[in-house]
Design a protein around this ligand. Structure first.
Ligand code: G3P
Ligand code: MG
Length: 251
């Protein structure tokens, strides 16, 4: 076993900071910071005209007052949407942020990003390359190297494109529950240093298999402190959580 260097915290806030603020907004990341979190997972995709922005779904329907596919809208159209009112009135008017602005906030406040490449269907390679190149532009200053984001994706193609565009960033391969039979091979194809699994999937045997293949282990989305402690005791490196108010941030 020769595990790669893993400079990422034991806890990362999911979609900015879970469910107490609208997901994938700067307001969410600020809330996580208020709870002591210094690491955030975000979902990043391309607008129709090539701007990287934070949104989980392929459409704007669930998390904004807009309707329709993100890939069919320009950044200008997306920037006018309200991404806060769906959550609660306190966040009314909260904008969809660009990746660039969120990264600037995180650099200024010492928040490490786990940037999930979340391509709209059919845009896997384009999105992977765009995220990697923008991350390179944001974090090329040596002063920002300590905060270099971890790139992750469910898409092997997106990760391969990210590796080809900017190989210097660590990559983690996300998988749904249950794991596909070829999860190790897909990690290796992507040059990933970690598997990032649904926490329900993980067992000591799977973690041991990952370690046998020199892969670190991260998981999502565990919101119970006792379960998180069990996962760490099994050798999980990082737990992604919504429960920033229940699971204290840990380096
Ligand atoms: O990156 C971990 C987690 O965010 C993956 O699931 O669907 O919440 O993006 P999802
Ligand atoms: Mg995600």
């Amino acid at each position: 076993m020769n595990l790669p260097h893993w400079p990422y915290p034991k806890t990362i806030a999911h979609r900015g900071a879970g469910k107490r603020a609208p997901e994938n907004t700067l307001a969410a990341i600020r809330l996580g910071v208020a709870y002591g979190y210094r690491a955030a997972e975000i979902d990043v995709k391309l607008s129709g005209d090539g701007t990287l922005l934070l949104m989980h779904d392929d459409t704007t329907n669930r998390t904004s007052d807009g309707r329709g596919r993100v890939a069919a809208k320009t950044w200008h159209q997306l920037a006018l949407l309200d991404a806060g009112s769906w959550h609660s009135n306190v966040f009314a008017g909260e904008p969809i942020p660009t990746y660039w602005r969120v990264a600037k906030y995180c650099i200024a406040n010492g928040v490490q990003l786990n940037t999930e490449i979340k391509p709209c269907i059919g845009r896997e390679r384009e999105t992977g390359a765009a995220v990697a190149l923008e991350t390179q532009a944001l974090f090329s200053d040596p002063a920002n190297h300590a905060l270099k984001p971890l790139l992750s994706s469910f898409s092997t193609d997106a990760l391969v494109a990210a590796r080809d565009a900017a190989p210097e960033f660590d990559r983690a391969h996300l998988f749904e529950d249950p794991l596909p039979w070829d999860w190790v091979a897909r990690c290796k194809t992507a040059g990933a240093i970690a598997i990032d699994a649904n926490w329900h999937t993980l067992t000591p045997a799977i973690i041991s298999e990952a370690h046998d293949h020199d892969l670190r282990v991260a998981c999502y989305t565990c919101n119970d402190l006792a379960e998180a402690e069990k996962l760490w005791s099994w050798g999980v490196d990082t737990v992604i959580t919504d429960a920033v108010d229940v699971i204290p941030f840990q380096r």
